[in-house]
Every structure is written in C-alpha cells, then in structure tokens.
Design a binder for this molecule. Structure first.
Ligand SMILES: Cc1ncc(COP(=O)(O)O)c(C=O)c1O
Length: 401
C-alpha cells in the first residue's frame, strides 16, 4: 500500500508502559456467542472491542499515528504548535501527554460526556451547529480551518485527508485481528466477513486494503487445489449519511456517516464490497443488546455495525457464511458507552431488543417492594418514617433529607 516500513507491532503489553499512548490499540477480539446463538448463527461472530484502548475509541490509533508522524516530519513542533481538529478524544489524549495545546471543534449533537472528557484532557472546545453542511464556514471543519488560519502555530492534522488515518488500521488494527485469529483455538484463522462503520472511512479503508493486499499475496490455490477464502467487506453508515447512498439528513448515532466523501475513504470494490444503511432505533437496540447479553460496554455505532451484520447474515447473500461453523465474522465495535451515558437512548434502558424487560424486571421488582414495603428508589420514605418514629438518623439518612 505504501513504501512505509513498519516495525513488527507488539500484540500485548509487556513490562511497564512509558505512557497511556502505549496503551492505544492492542484491543481484544471477543466472541459474541450469546447473540450469535439467539440469532441462530453458526459462524463465529467476533467483536473487535475498541473501547479497551486508552482513550476508549478506535480513533485513538489514528491520533497517535498522525501526531507521531507529524513530529517526525517537523509539522508539529513541541512548545510551538497548537493542534486543532474536529471531534477527537484520541488527539486530545495524545496532546495532553505530549504537551501540545489542543482545540477541538465539536458539533452540537456530540455528547456532553465527550466535551467533559476533552476538557479534562485540557482541550479547548468549540461547539458548532450540527446542521451546518461540512463545507459551510460554521461547520466543525469550517471553524477548525478558520481558527488555524488565525492562530500562530495552528496545525490541522486533518483526519479526512491524512494518509496515516487509514495506515493506522492497515498496520495496527489489521495485524491485531490477524494475530488474535492465528493464536486462537478457532478452526480457521481467516476472515470470512469484515464489517465496520464509516466516518472518515479510515477504518474500513485501511482494513480493506490490508485484507486485499494479503489476498493478492497468496498463491491462487492452496495445497488442496481449492481457492482461499475471499473476505467479504461491508461498510455501515446511518440513514441520513450519503456515504452508503441516500440523502443527507439527521440521525443521532455518533461517529459514523457524513454529508461529503472524505478523501481517505475508498468506498468502492475491491475495498468495500457493499454498504449497509442502519437507523438509530436498530443501532441503539443492538447496542443495549451487546451490553446486556455480552457484557460489552459499547457505544451507539457498535450497535449500528452489529445490526447491519446480523441483517446481512440473515439475507440470502449472507446465508453461506452465517451457517458455516468455521467462518469468522469480525465486527468492529468502535467505542464505549462511557461517551454516551447521559443520552436519552441509553437512559431508557428498560426494553430489550425482543421487547422483554431488561432493566426493570417487574416480577423481581414487585418481590423486593413486598419485602421492603416501599418503592425501590424511595429513600425519602425510609428517612421520614425513621425520623417520625424518633429513631436516630444515620449519616447517610441525613444526607438524603
Ligand atoms: C464512534 C466512532 N468513531 C470512529 C469510527 C470510525 O470512523 P472512521 O471511518 O473515521 O475510521 C466509528 C465508526 O464506526 C465510530 O463509530
């Protein structure tokens, strides 16, 4: 893909790390066994869990790589440069560790949690209107450009055009997936289906190119005379994004979809075989399912990727992979729910994907209510009745009055 020479990546943490940047990536590939079973899928459904990365997101990888390469090229100068970029916790993390001032432009729809995290990392935040078209001067991209022109030392590393964005996945994410499969007890070590959401497109493009380059490097037939598996690569974006087709519009899921085609995205075959559109409802339902059934604290776009994957595997096209117990299906789960805890879609946790109660099981709730003689959250009535009875209030009780 490029003349870059890379040192062999480390696949696990050894010894003592020099900083949190060394804990970027190296994320686990985890079986989504309960969901696969519920769906009647025989294949190995595997989630690449990016929330294990130091900054909690797949984007940590590109931030680290873009900063390190910009330093090598003299584009970033310690003590002088101010890094300006749309929407990136990973970048703010790298800047915090390396001592760069950092300004992040953040569309209004992006969660309060992201803003708080960014502030905690010392970044300055500029909110921008969500509705602003990408090329409008008021968009998160437009504002970043405006600031860069006027702030001495301002540098935009530009994840939308920076080749180190897809390269971070070509070398890092891909190698990790290969390593996890090779060292697993799964019967086959190759990838039958890869599914990833697309924002800038760096993830799907880097992974897709690495897979295709690997396939091209193989002899046409293996020892048995049969051909090697060709990986099917699916990109996921939301309804309201134009990347996978359709008109621009509003959607709540964060991190995927755009109203323009970023330069780093290679949206066509052979890299991407097919695009899948998902909507907010199915994304958030699948997110809660990943948490509830698999114990994985993922964010909304992980649900988009999973719901797209399941839909494909149930389609006639996906049947062969779905029913093959040796097939490996890798779904990229880009970030964690930590970034979205105050969002209404997460707070409404009572209904499961199948309509069954998951947060508020009425039967057990009633049992507890019967035992305690009060509502589960009604601390006030306990404090009041203790006080009325002349019992001494404990420290915790007084706090609640
Ligand atoms: C929260 C989040 N960040 C980043 C990405 C990946 O985006 P990119 O296409 O920029 O690599 C995704 C993709 O699903 C995402 O959901």
């Amino acid at each position: 893909m490029s003349g870059d020479t890379e040192t062999q990546p480390q696949h696990h943490w050894q010894g003592v790390l020099s900083s949190a940047l060394d804990a970027v990536g190296h994320t686990p590939l985890i079986k989504l066994q309960r969901i696969a079973q519920e769906e009647g899928l025989k294949c190995n459904l595997l989630g690449k869990c990016e929330f294990f990365s130091a900054g909690g997101s797949v984007k940590d990888r590109i931030a680290k790589r873009m900063v390190e390469h910009a330093e090598k090229q003299g584009i970033l100068i310690p003590g002088q440069s101010i890094v300006i970029e749309p929407t990136s916790i990973g970048l703010a993390l790298a800047c915090a560790i390396k001592g760069y001032q950092c300004i992040i432009t953040l569309p209004a729809k992006m969660s309060l949690e992201k803003e708080v995290m960014l502030r905690a990392l010392g970044a300055e935040i500029v909110r921008t209107p969500t509705e602003a078209a990408w090329d409008s001067p008021e968009s998160h991209i437009g504002i970043a450009r405006k600031l860069q022109k006027s702030i001495p030392g301002g540098v935009i590393l530009d994840q939308y055009s920076n080749p180190h964005n897809p390269l971070a996945h070509y070398y890092g994410t891909y190698e990790e997936i290969v390593h996890s499969l090779k060292t697993s007890d799964l019967p086959r070590k190759d990838i039958s289906l890869l599914v990833a959401g697309a924002g800038t497109g760096g993830t799907i493009t880097g992974l897709g190119r690495a897979i295709r380059d690997y396939e091209a490097s193989l002899p046409q037939t293996n020892g048995n005379g049969s051909s090697h598996v060709r990986t099917t690569i699916l990109a996921v974006d939301p309804e309201g994004s134009i990347l996978g087709g359709g008109e621009p519009g509003n959607y709540q899921v964060e991190g995927i979809g755009y109203d323009f085609f970023p330069e780093v995205l290679d949206p066509n075959p052979p890299v991407v075989d097919k695009w899948l559109k998902t909507n907010d409802e199915e994304a958030f339902t699948a997110t809660k399912r990943l948490i509830r059934k698999e114990g994985l604290f993922v964010g909304g776009s992980s649900g988009s990727a999973l719901s797209g994957t399941i839909r494909y595997l149930h389609s006639s096209e996906g049947q062969q992979i779905a029913q093959d117990p040796n097939a490996n299906v890798v779904v990229i789960l880009p970030d964690g729910v930590r970034n979205y805890m105050s969002k209404p879609w997460f707070l409404e946790t009572s209904k499961s994907p199948t309509g069954e109660d998951v947060g508020d099981k009425e039967d057990i709730k009633d049992t507890i209510k019967g035992i305690l003689g009060r509502d589960l959250n009604d601390v006030g009535s306990v404090v009041q009745s203790k006080g009325e009875r002349g019992e001494k209030l404990e420290k915790g009780d007084q706090l609640m009055v």
